[in-house]
Ligand binder design. Structure first.
Ligand code: AMP
Length: 310
């Protein structure tokens, strides 16, 4: 079916309690593209990079049939740059630096071949850019997902709220949901966000899993307990890419399909945490992903009835 994704292709400097890496591959679209490519082809990217973005990573994307026609290259400018430092428990992080660089005046232009794609991922990026992408589609895609973060809520809340009425599903983490809704309780926050006009909502809770809301229905997926979380950067984007990639490959769009998509997104996100940036995603195969999704089933499978010993 194919997926179109708009997001950042970035250079990240990340510090965790285990290690530090400067100007490595990052950006929402890097993770989304790799994750979605396990399920659907083509994955079409809309983004902008400077002359400093590594060609080797673009080659990795092309190898996975990721279409880069919608990626603008500005040779004389710098790519979007983000720096963050994780807390000792790896659950929280502080943003140390955000340099928009090429993103500051990014005007996305969709290639003709992108305008009829049926699944659209509006990856975390300036809300006005996300809106411009949606407006260039020929028809309303079958499913539109939106990711965002506190950075944009702080400076562009009105643009963000306008977008919420035009998408099918919002994917945010717990703190972002609380900030958007102005509610501490996640259930109340979910109700308030749905009232803003978005029918489906996913709230990611890091190592505590993810919640999917639709009307009165709720589904919970755990996160796979990992012995060592090496670098969680991009886990949220990997989740979103895996979720939407799976949806694009599925025959029907409904709550049941979304439950499976949440599990596949969670399985992929667990891989991302095992190494720096997208490194682990570059090593694994579809069989690894399926096997890990199976581990999620085992993790929560139990029998309500006591079975008697024979
Ligand atoms: P995640 O860990 O899933 O929240 O995503 C981390 C990625 O988001 C990093 O690779 C950053 O390059 C990227 N990022 C950080 N801040 C922003 C921002 N304000 N807009 C878009 N992408 C961002």
């Amino acid at each position: 079916m194919g997926l179109l994704s708009v997001g950042t292709l970035a250079l990240d400097s990340v510090e965790t309690p285990y290690a530090k890496r400067d100007r490595a591959i990052g950006g929402t679209n890097s993770f989304i593209a790799l994750a979605a490519s396990f399920f659907t082809k083509p994955v079409q990217l809309v983004s902008v990079i400077g002359g400093d973005f590594p060609e080797s990573f673009l080659a990795e994307l092309r190898e996975r049939e990721v279409d880069l026609e919608g990626v603008q290259v500005r040779e004389d400018e710098k790519s979007f740059f983000w720096a963050g430092k994780y807390h000792d428990d790896m659950n929280g992080r502080d943003t140390l630096d955000t340099q928009l660089n090429v993103l500051a005046d990014f005007d996305p232009v969709l290639p003709e071949g992108y305008k009829d794609t049926e699944f659209l991922m509006l990856g975390n990026l300036t809300p006005s850019v996300q809106m411009k992408v949606l407006e260039q589609m020929n028809d309303r895609p079958k499913l539109v997902a939106l990711d965002t973060m506190n950075f944009w809520m702080d400076i562009m809340m009105d643009d963000l709220k306008a977008l919420l009425t035009k998408v099918d599903i919002l994917i945010v983490n717990d703190e972002e949901a609380r900030q958007l809704a102005g509610e501490r309780s996640l259930v109340k926050a979910a109700q308030a966000i749905v009232a803003m006009g978005v029918p489906y909502l996913i709230i990611k809770k890091g190592e505590h899993g993810a919640l999917l809301f639709y009307g009165e229905q709720m589904f919970f997926a755990p996160a796979l307990p990992l012995a060592e979380v090496f670098d969680p950067t991009g886990a949220g984007d990997t989740f979103a890419g895996g979720f939407m990639g799976y949806m694009a490959s599925a025959p029907v769009i409904n709550f049941e399909t979304m439950k499976r998509a949440v599990i596949f997104g969670s399985a992929l996100a667990s891989f991302t945490c095992e190494d720096f940036g997208p490194d682990r995603l570059l090593e694994i195969t579809r069989a690894d992903v399926d096997m890990r999704a199976g581990q999620f089933l085992e993790l929560v499978r139990f029998d309500l009835k006591q079975s008697l010993p024979e």
